[in-house]
Design a protein around this ligand. Structure first.
Ligand SMILES: Cc1ncc(COP(=O)(O)O)c(C=O)c1O
Length: 374
């Protein structure tokens, strides 16, 4: 008889009957793209985050690209952003021929530090691109005081609430980008959404995601450069079904995070493991991942292997963008430029985290981590 352990995966989407039915309905309707599910999903999502408008797009990355275009980022401009993010944040700036200018992060929230961002602003800065990393809301009032256009990378932050008033992230009026890859709070397989307050930006983004075609134009007429960044009706139907159970999925994630806090308390007190910062000043995290920072001196690669031997998946998450080989070679970045980000990036480890995770699984992960650190 095999004694193989059940492997606890890093992430696992919640997909069931509502999603299957929604997708089947679209398939049977024969209207697979540019159909009625797109505006229906946009309207439901906008309402959910309290935004005036929303534009469904093919991914969070393409959403970032279109949002940066909408706020006027062009070739030669600079965009101040966080080096502690998924690489797509900075890549989207490069798609526009602009330059991502990094500034260091806050050691507690792990978000772009407003004072560091201020110091990075030059006369070429066209926009700020704060990231709500790991679902924790960035300090928006501090960025808004600069008076520059802002795009919010909220790809990881569905369900989060801003500190100043507790409104949902995405409803502030600046274009905010959400991502629906399969590990996110809700998924459409691949997909994204831009929420925004400006009707003019909405019109531009709707056109640019659809090859540059205005709504009143003929099928093969295009009055501006566009892209194919559309989201299909199949994906939008999936998104509507997921939205219907979003509250339950967010609550389940928050519950799992609570179990982790209890299960890891000893490792925090005795071994110096650092947990995601608790909500403060009225901000609410939209739980996306559970990332711990290992104490100094621990060999993280060895810890990953030890966890794997216990049937627990884990991943160093996230590496610093400026130290990725492409960014080093293109911009000459070197270690030491953003010390807080680099220290956090070197110590961070994502543990299994998904809504269906049980308390017993969380305890198994905690025990495996304790063994890995001894
Ligand atoms: C912070 C951040 N920005 C942007 C993206 C890009 O989203 P997508 O994978 O949907 O293109 C992600 C996705 O993981 C992300 O975590």
């Amino acid at each position: 008889m095999s004694t193989q352990l059940d492997v606890i995966p890093l992430a696992k989407p919640v997909i069931g009957e509502p999603e299957e039915q929604a997708v089947l309905d679209v398939l049977r309707s024969g209207h697979l793209s540019l159909g009625p599910r797109v505006p229906a999903f946009e309207a439901a999502f906008a309402e959910r985050v309290g935004a005036r408008h929303a534009c469904a797009v093919s991914s969070g990355t393409t959403g970032l690209h279109l949002a940066l275009r909408a706020v006027g980022v062009e070739a030669g401009d600079e965009v101040v952003t966080s080096p502690f993010s998924f690489v797509a944040t900075a890549n989207a700036v490069l798609y526009q021929g602009a330059r991502p200018v990094f500034a260091d992060i806050d050691p507690v929230t792990l978000n772009l530090d407003p004072a560091a961002a201020d110091a990075a602003i030059t006369e070429r800065t066209r926009a700020l691109l704060p990231v709500h990393i790991f679902g924790y809301p960035a300090d928006m009032p501090a960025f808004e005081r600069r008076g520059l256009p802002i795009v919010e990378d909220a790809a990881e932050a569905l369900g989060a609430r801003y500190a100043d008033g507790g409104a949902p992230v995405g409803g502030r009026g600046h274009p905010a980008i959400f991502g629906f890859y399969a590990n996110k709070q809700m998924t459409t397989g691949e997909g994204g959404m831009i929420t925004l307050g400006s009707a003019e930006h909405k019109e531009r983004i709707d056109s640019e995601r659809n090859q540059g075609r205005a709504p009143d134009m003929g099928w093969l007429d295009h009055d501006r450069l566009g892209f194919n960044y559309r989201l299909s009706d199949i994906a939008c139907a999936l998104g509507l079904a997921q939205l219907g159970r979003l509250d339950d999925m967010l609550a389940a994630r928050a519950r799992v995070a609570g179990w982790y806090r209890e299960a890891l308390a000893e490792l925090v007190a005795e071994r110096g493991v650092t947990l995601p910062c608790p909500d403060a000043d009225g901000a609410v995290r939209g739980w996306f991942v559970f990332v711990v920072q290992l104490p100094a001196g621990v060999d993280r690669d060895a810890a990953v292997l030890a966890l794997r031997d216990h049937g627990v998946q884990s991943k160093p998450y996230l590496p610093a963008i400026h130290l990725m080989s492409y960014y080093r070679e293109r911009f000459g970045h070197r270690p030491g430029e953003f010390p807080v980000c680099e220290a956090v990036a070197d110590a961070s480890l994502a543990l299994p985290f998904f809504p269906a995770m049980t308390e017993a699984q969380v305890e198994r992960v905690a025990a495996a981590l304790a063994a890995a650190l001894t």
